[in-house]
Design a protein around this ligand. Structure first.
Ligand SMILES: Nc1nc2c(c(=O)[nH]1)N[C@@H](CN(C=O)c1ccc(C(=O)N[C@@H](CCC(=O)O)C(=O)O)cc1)CN2
Length: 287
C-alpha cells in the first residue's frame, strides 16, 4: 500500500482563492488588509521567504508594508520600526523575520509586537490566550497542519495523535490546538526525553513530526494506515555539494502510512496561507 499524499501546495492555493474573495469584500467596505514584514540583514534565505510572503499578498490583494534594516541595526532602531508598524492603521498584522542577527534580543523584539497585530501568532500573550481558549491569532504552522488535516477528512475527534517535538513554534502550540473541543484529539507530546518513542508513534492514528531530525520517523515506527505529517525542514549538503532541504520522515514511511503530508509541498505552503488568513481575519474584525 502506498500512502495518499496530502498536497499542501494545492490546498494552500484553494485557501488563497477563498481569501481573494474575502479581500474583495473588504475592499467594498473601503478596507485593504496590510501585511508588514521586518527583515534585518541580507540573509538570502530570509530575503527569499519574505519575498514569498509578499508574492502571496499580491496574489490575494493584501497590501505589503516592507521594512528592511541593515544587519548592524541597533535594538533601538528595531524597536522604532516595530513601534511604527504598531501605530500604522494600514498594517493589520506583521512579522519579524526570524532568525534575527545574533546581537539583537529576539524575545524583546517579539514581545514588542502589538499582540493584535501578531500575524505569526507567536506572541506570548496570544499563546497564553490559546492556552485559555480565548480568541487570538493562531500560530501559522500548527494552524496550517490542523487545517490541512481537516480539509482532507483526517479524523481528529477521539484520535490518538503523537506530536514529536516540543518547540515553541510548532510542537507545544500544536498540542493546544488539537485538544480544543473543535478538534477533540488526544495528544501525546513526545520529545528528546521520551523513553520509547516508537511505542508512542506506533500507537497513534496520526503522527506529526516537528523535531528537526532528518529521517527520525521510520516505517517500523508507524501504525499501518496511520496519517503522518512531516514538519521537519533541515538544510543538508548532498554528496554533490549542493544544499537541499530534508524532512523528519523517512521516505519508506509512505509504504506503510495511509496518508502523508510531505516536505516539501506540505506544511510550508500551508504556513504561508495561514499568515495571510491571520491578516485578513484581523482586517475583518477591525473594519
Ligand atoms: N517570523 C517568522 N520567521 C520564520 C518563519 C515564520 O513562520 N515566521 N518560518 C521560517 C521560514 N519560513 C517563513 O518565514 C518558511 C520556510 C519554509 C517554507 C516552505 O514553504 N518550505 C518549502 C520547502 C523548502 C523551500 O522550498 O523553501 C515547503 O515546505 O514546501 C515557507 C516559509 C523561518 N523564519
Amino acid at each position: 500500500m502506498t500512502a495518499t499524499i496530502l498536497d499542501g501546495k494545492a490546498t494552500a492555493a484553494e485557501i488563497k482563492d477563498e481569501l481573494r474573495a474575502r479581500v474583495k469584500a473588504l475592499a467594498e467596505r473601503g478596507i485593504t488588509p496590510g501585511l508588514g514584514t521586518v527583515l534585518v540583514g541580507e540573509d538570502p534565505g530570509s530575503q527569499a521567504y519574505v519575498n514569498g510572503k509578499h508574492r502571496d499578498c499580491a496574489e490575494v490583494g493584501i497590501a505589503s508594508l516592507r521594512v528592511t534594516l541593515p544587519a548592524d541595526a541597533t535594538q533601538e532602531q528595531l524597536d522604532t520600526a516595530l513601534a511604527e508598524l504598531n501605530a500604522d492603521p494600514a498594517c493589520h498584522g506583521y512579522i519579524v523575520q526570524l532568525p534575527l542577527p545574533g546581537h539583537l534580543d529576539t524575545q524583546r523584539a517579539l514581545e514588542s509586537i502589538d499582540p493584535d497585530k501578531d500575524a505569526d501568532g507567536l506572541h506570548p500573550v496570544n499563546l497564553g490566550r490559546l492556552v485559555l481558549g480565548y480568541d487570538a491569532p493562531l500560530p501559522c504552522t500548527p494552524r496550517g497542519i490542523v487545517e490541512l488535516l481537516r480539509r482532507h477528512d483526517v479524523p481528529l475527534s477521539g484520535a490518538n495523535v503523537a506530536v514529536v517535538g516540543r518547540g515553541n513554534t510548532v510542537g507545544r502550540p500544536l498540542g493546544l490546538l488539537l485538544t480544543r473541543r473543535s478538534e477533540n484529539a488526544t495528544v501525546t507530546l513526545c520529545h528528546t526525553g521520551t523513553l520509547d518513542l516508537a511505542a508512542h508513534t506506533r500507537a497513534a492514528d496520526v503522527v506529526i513530526v516537528a523535531a528537526g531530525v532528518p529521517g527520525l520517523l521510520t516505517a517500523d515506527m508507524v501504525n499501518p494506515g496511520a496519517t503522518v505529517v512531516d514538519v521537519g525542514i533541515t538544510r543538508v549538503i548532498g554528496e554533490d555539494g549542493k544544499g537541499r532541504y530534508t524532512g523528519d520522515v523517512d521516505p519508506e514511511v509512505t509504504e506503510v502510512a495511509g496518508k502523508v503530508v510531505p516536505m516539501p509541498g506540505g506544511v510550508g505552503p500551508m504556513t504561508r496561507a495561514m499568515l495571510l488568513t491571520n491578516v485578513v481575519e484581523r482586517a475583518e474584525r477591525a473594519g
